[in-house]
Design a protein around this ligand. Sequence first.
Ligand SMILES: [Zn+2]
Length: 210
Amino acid sequence: MRLIYYFAFFNLFFFDTLCAQTAVNADYVPAEWAEVNFDSLAIVNRMAYADTTNFMHEKIYPCARCFLRPEVAEALLEANQIAKYKGVTLVVYDCYRPYSYQYKMYQIVNNPTYVAKPGKGSNHNRGAAIDLSLMDQNGQLLDMGGAFDDFSAISNYNAEGLSKEARRNRRLLRRIMTRAGFKPYDGEWWHFDYRQKRFETSDFKWDCNL
Ligand SMILES: [Zn+2]
């Protein structure tokens, strides 16, 4: 019992220190953010950390809203248009991730291979990264050869043993996103960064009732 207490205390202390060092701003400045309107854009909302259908089996976000920096949201709109032209639908798993939620995930998983140490924040914490996949016109997820947040070797874009179809689908997603200005990440077929501008790490948390 005492051990648990010390552990909790240490974590609290560590988190405070971390926040103090990185000085992450938790204020919401409307002009600095854009929300993806899934319904009007006909993009599928599968925000994985807003319920328990994620690798941690824990709900991290209070509700499934997707915020991005305005330039990033603009690029996503372009990706959406390209996807529609190609007859596929974007399926979004994650967008902006508040810094303290990243910390929460890191605490739950406690393994830097699966969840990055919060440190100065990842591109998700800056509102400049998005995790997504594709659906066909019948509402079926395209076969990507592995699921979102599967942390085995199969998640690598160039993984061995992928079917031709999975390879083709990954290539299609990558083509759509890079044409819209995103940079792919070989380690995770679903992750794309917007690197044309640098944004601050943020800890603003959206209100579910607005
Ligand atoms: Zn990601």
